[in-house]
Design a protein around this ligand. Sequence first.
Ligand code: HEM
Length: 524
Amino acid sequence: MTDDSRKVLTNRQGHPVYDNQNQRTVGARGPATLENYQFLEKISHFDRERVPERVVHARGVTAYGYFEAYGAWGDEPIGRFTRAKLFQERGRRTDLAVRFSTVIGGRDSSESARDPRGFAVKFYTEDGNWDLVGNNLAVFFIRDAIKFPDVIHALKPDPVTFEQQPRRIFDFMARTPESMHMLVNLFSPRGIPSDYRHMQGFGVNTYKWVNAEGETVLVKYHWMPKQGVRSMTAEDAANTQAQGLGHATKDLYESIARGEYPEWELLVQMMPDDEHPELDFDPLDDTKTWPEQDFPPKPVGRMVLDRMPENFFAENEQISFGTGVLVDGLDFSDDKMLVGRTFSYSDTQRYRVGPNYLQLPVNQAKHAQVRTNQRDGQMTYHVDGAGAGAGAGEDPSTNYEPSLMGGLREGDRPAHDEQGPEIRGRLTRKRIPRTNDYLQAGQRYQLMERWERDDLVRNLVDALAQCDRPVQERMVWHFLMVDNDLGVRVGDGIGIGPRDVAGLEPLPGQTLTDEDRKRLANLG
Ligand code: HEM
């Protein structure tokens, strides 16, 4: 039945299509002709439908909403610590997009995998975009960006059999003691959040806030779900996975469609901007959390998600986050992961989406004006600065700066363009001095409820049972250093006692604390 009120199909040239079922051929039985524009346009566009999936975090889902500022940090006006406009007045709202994701699986993989979850937020502020690209577990496996390709290769499927293999994962982790804190989290129930609405988010890396006087403080960001935190055991996850691979995406679409808008509070921890020699960890080390009793997280605003994308590809596949995307009043720290991440994100996006990825609607700084002299390249959509609302028609031929005659000018220099402590040092390649790889992992284990510890031990035993003996021994050694009970229980599960590993030397280059050395001496 034909409905004449529907609009007519066209090709991308605007030509109406009167037959979308049959190619043009010589006679009804062919052959087909090569000038068949309508068919060629359709099929060759289809041939290019996919862009490369993200090298990590390929499976994810985007949602939109807003951030509402509280205007104060505890009892103090937020302006004392940051001049970032979005945080200033109570009730001020900023549009945002969030993308939740898993890390290791491909674009159609299971959302009930044991895997960190990505929690990336893009704030469309009046000063341009701010991206806060975090995860749900507060810490990370490594502290130096140079190790990222290796940790990801170990976690991804075997390049020969294409199977994710605990023996490869733990082979890498056994030589990476800084991963213990992350592993204790990942193999606990927190390693499989029940869905995206019931998980925390953390900035993980250390950033800075800058106030109007140019004074800086170190900060860490935390998102706490108003819905509460819920996790799955391996058994829950197997049952969920049997029903389908995308339960968390479905849950988000459905809850927003029902009008149940998920909400998170943003809390910030802060410390003065220096090296803090008094602490037993380095504040720039992303394998550590900052103890809450010493650095209380204070609420600074809330986020509500109330809208889903109209097109999954345009808005979820093409959305592009990066740790370099900051606004005035927010800054980087020297965290060696953060610096590496900041290069990696926009680099991959220029390849994955294309050099003009920032012109796509979902990535545009839609509440700030964009006027650059960057021109051309694949898929240029418009000329920055000549588009609607961005100074239309202003001197389109001066695409350089400086100029006596016209074009764009530099902005006003901020009052404090020099900020933060003075840094001195010689070029080197060294680990940070305060690695302290085991203490916080042990504290995390001790803080778990009994069932969580049982679950952690079970999950580690299941995974380690598939590993080679030298890897098993080294992992038991690490877990004994983390917490004696954890090491003994995991060791029991795979038939390795403390005496079996007492003779192992620390890893090459590993630094141990006095406490670690005591533990080591008592292993036998
Ligand atoms: C995505 C690199 C560490 C969170 C990505 C992507 C790359 C990458 C290349 C794909 C981006 C894209 O295609 O759009 C790195 C490097 C790291 C690192 C080099 C370490 C040096 C981390 C850490 C976190 C994290 C520590 C958590 C705090 C994320 C998230 C995404 C992502 C949430 C997905 C963003 C989205 O939804 O589009 N990362 N990453 N990454 N990364 Fe990292």
